[in-house]
Design a protein around this ligand. Sequence first.
Ligand code: ZN
Length: 401
Amino acid sequence: MQFLTADRLWDGTGQPSLVRPLVKINEGRVDAVERSLLGPATCTGEHRDFPGCTILPGLIDTHVHLVFSALPTNQAIIEQVTRETHEELFERATRNAQAALRAGITTVRDCGGKANVIQKLRDAIRAGAILGPDILSCGMPITTALGHCNWLGLIANTPDEVRDAVGRMLDEGADFLKVMATGGNMTPTSDPMKAQYDFASLALIADAARAVGKHAAAHVLSRAALPDVVKANYRTIEHCDWRVEEYRYEFLPDLARQIIDQQQYVGLTVSGTMRRAFLPEIRNDTGGPVRRLDARFACERQMIEAGVPFTLHSDAGVRMTPIERFDLGLRAAQIELKLTPAEVLRAVTATAAIAIGLPDRGMLTPGKRADLIVVEGDPLRDLESLGKVKAVMKAGQWISP
Ligand SMILES: [Zn+2]
């Protein structure tokens, strides 16, 4: 049995923080969380005390790209991913995964790698050969010939090709399926305002995932594809952008109602270019994604107020988005989406765990996996605390810094 005490604990259930908690951990799981009445000396077993600190569930980043390098331009990232060998990509993915874990992210869902690099890393971490967070991998995202992230290599233009791509990803050990339902900002030959697939192909992917007990995620960067993605009942809608024209967003309450009724989750993106509150250079960026931020955040706020379940993710690896600075994205989300620190934290712990099908984590309650972090100060008062990670535990094991 391991014992852990600190000034406060936030368990992710929605309850307020517990003062002077005692956490008991047994065989990698939370055994009990109670008010610490006994002095540390009375605990038998391993005991660690963290004065001035808060214990939280380990963070879950539901959308990262471990093979990307967060260089300043999309072109540089694409050039690098295209040029490098699988061994080089594996090394970068390993470094990124380890940086994430040290920053308190104990689970990541990788939404697009190259070849089977990410599955290999996932398996090596699972086997204990490499230290890292738990990884869920889609393998490569399904896209069209000139479509978003076509340079990752999984092209499917026709329904038959889509079926083949699905079969290949499941054969290669994908944990979930990912489709680029619209074009993306990163890929100049693609158009974020246009759907890349019709409803039949989108439904084929989501249904194939469900048929084998997995889930599917759809990248949606404009409203062109949103109704079909909702109708096909994708578990997670990545970015979930309601843009209808260059600078215009249009929220549809009925569509939001359907998302809620079907228990779909939207993944709101707080990558580098959305962190204008902290990165002065972003404010001078005249590119479309930055100029659209006010309209985008206003629309996302409507979604949140309508009650749509949401997670927050970094899209780490895209430009200016180093994986270990998830804290900056979360602080930006608090400001831009007018959230409380508790709402932000729930989105990346309890809600994230359910969204990606890992109900064994995300909360610190008896029976859950002992994935936890200890941060200096009180993140429920100030999310800046998330940048001051003192200790990380994954499945009951301390990760040395
Ligand atoms: Zn992405």
